[in-house]
Design a binder for this molecule. Structure first.
Ligand SMILES: *Cc1c(COP(=O)(O)O)cnc(C)c1O
Length: 468
């Protein structure tokens, strides 16, 4: 198993090198050179495994022998041991043929913990073996930052700096980032917007001297390791709700196309998948593509589901690669056209091919609130706004009640308490482990959105860590 770039112009890498590289040198994304196979027999044999045991089986072929088997099993066990539900990703039946898969039982209450907890350990393992360390930089509008901090805290070979827009994240999100007492992670509140944070991170990566000096690295959603770790719960859900050989539909609240692409990967590996519903808010570039072939950029509008307020879905390039029959040069050209014109036309045949697997559905904020309210009244379940979009899309797009449909709940309702309370009048509680979050001391640095001071701060604090 080796990794190739979607743009065909970067070195072919082994798993560990692709993991540390994140983005490929030609600007593309790494994908496995071939999909490993899951057979019907495998699925039957895996039915009673724990989440961690299943994760080892599903993920191991992607490692290409580059991580020791026992080491990997221990990392996976450790990654999910702290989750607050014995099933890790439990399923609840909402109505006939419709299940909710709760992906918010990790330390920061959103699905990003599922890949990130493993990724932090994989990074640490690979780096420690090589005697290297890296500095992880993350720009976040909320959820990614806390998940990255929880994944990097107390790791030996990593310093992590998280840039978020000062005053523009929810109190819970801020406290999840600023109350972690670990010497190797640092929250930086930037006086500016999320885009300013992202520009700063990009500028630091583009500053070759700084990049080499600090050995910058990224754990963002284009890292192959994240997609790989997310394939596990698609398999898990099928084992729980489907009869042997029966196909399952999945509805996935989507922004960067990372989560739903993992569902696609599971399907390519052999999991019987009926369809993948790409659920979005009014930032609906993906829905417009699957509905009408219109992949064109529009202004980002803030919504009640901020983790999906995205108009360039970076992982979509991985799907393009398959739609263009793994022709990297063709993908590079398509992406360049999109960058230049803000629009991409993949042609009728490729679009139809995508539609055999994917379908899109969009909700605005009013519809999202109505769904939260209606599901709460009918079932007693409180859904966060992202998860509510997934549930509404699942209902709208399921083909027939005999085919099970799984809606992915990507965040805990307590993480978006205001919106949930506005919709239902009922305020969701945080889980016990976070109940005292508002009482914990915060540690953060507020900095102007200028490159110089941010680089100075990072330099100073990496050095401190090294000297300790
Ligand atoms: C990140 C996030 C999403 C979007 O996931 P993608 O992989 O970017 O498509 C959806 N819901 C929540 C709660 C998230 O944090």
């Amino acid at each position: 198993m080796r990794y190739v770039s979607t743009r065909g112009g970067a070195p072919v890498l082994e798993f560990d090198d692709a993991l540390l590289a994140g983005l490929a040198a030609d600007g593309g994304l790494y994908v496995p050179s071939a999909w490993p196979a899951i057979s019907a027999g495998d699925l039957e044999a895996w039915r009673d495994l724990s989440y961690a045991e299943l994760a080892v089986r599903v993920i191991s072929p992607f490692l290409g022998g580059r991580i020791g088997e026992d080491d990997f099993a221990a990392m996976v066990e450790d990654a999910y041991a702290g989750f607050d539900h014995p099933d890790v990703a439990p399923l609840k039946q909402l109505e006939d043929g419709l299940w909710l898969m709760e992906l918010f039982h990790g330390p920061t209450l959103a699905f990003k913990d599922y890949p990130m907890q493993l990724l932090g350990r994989l990074f640490d393992h690979v780096l420690s073996k090589r005697g290297e360390r890296v500095t992880i930089l993350v720009a976040t509008s909320g959820d990614t930052g806390s998940a990255a901090i929880a994944a990097c805290r107390d790791r030996e070979a990593i310093d992590a700096f998280i840039l978020y827009p000062h005053g523009r994240v929810t109190e819970i999100q801020r406290r999840q980032m600023t109350t972690v007492a670990a010497p190797n992670v640092h929250s930086i509140a930037i006086e500016g917007t999320f885009d300013d944070c992202q520009d700063l991170v990009k500028a630091m990566f583009n500053d070759r001297g700084f990049r080499d000096e600090l050995k910058l690295s990224a754990m963002n959603s284009i890292n192959w390791g994240r997609v790989m770790a997310q394939t596990v719960y698609y398999v898990r859900a099928a084992l729980r709700v489907a009869a042997p050989g029966q196909a399952v539909g999945y509805s996935v609240p989507s922004g960067n196309f990372g989560n739903v692409f993992a569902g696609y990967a599971a399907r390519e590996m052999g999991l019987p998948v009926d369809r993948l519903v790409v659920a979005s808010n009014v930032n609906d570039i993906l829905t417009r593509f699957f509905e009408a072939g219109d992949y064109s950029i529009a202004e980002v509008r803030p919504t009640l589901s901020p983790s999906m307020d995205i108009q360039i879905s970076s992982n979509f390039e991985r799907l393009l690669y398959d739609l263009y029959d793994r022709d990297g040069a063709a993908v590079a050209e398509a992406v360049a056209t999109f960058r230049e014109t803000g629009r991409l036309d993949v042609g009728e045949a490729r679009w139809q091919k995508a539609r055999e697997i994917f379908t899109g559905y969009r909700l605005d904020d009013e519809e999202t609130k109505a769904t939260i309210r209606e599901v709460w009244r009918a079932t007693g379940e409180l859904l966060d706004p992202h998860s509510a979009i997934g549930v509404a899309a699942a209902r709208a797009k399921r083909r027939d009640p005999a085919t099970p449909m799984v809606a992915l709940a990507t965040a805990h309702p307590g993480k978006f308490a205001e919106a949930v309370e506005a919709a239902t009048g009922s305020k969701p509680e945080l889980p016990p482990a976070l109940a005292d979050l508002v009482a914990r001391p915060e540690r953060l640095q507020v900095l102007a959105g200028e490159l110089g001071p941010v680089q100075d701060f990072i330099r100073a604090h990496v050095e401190l860590q090294g000297a300790a």
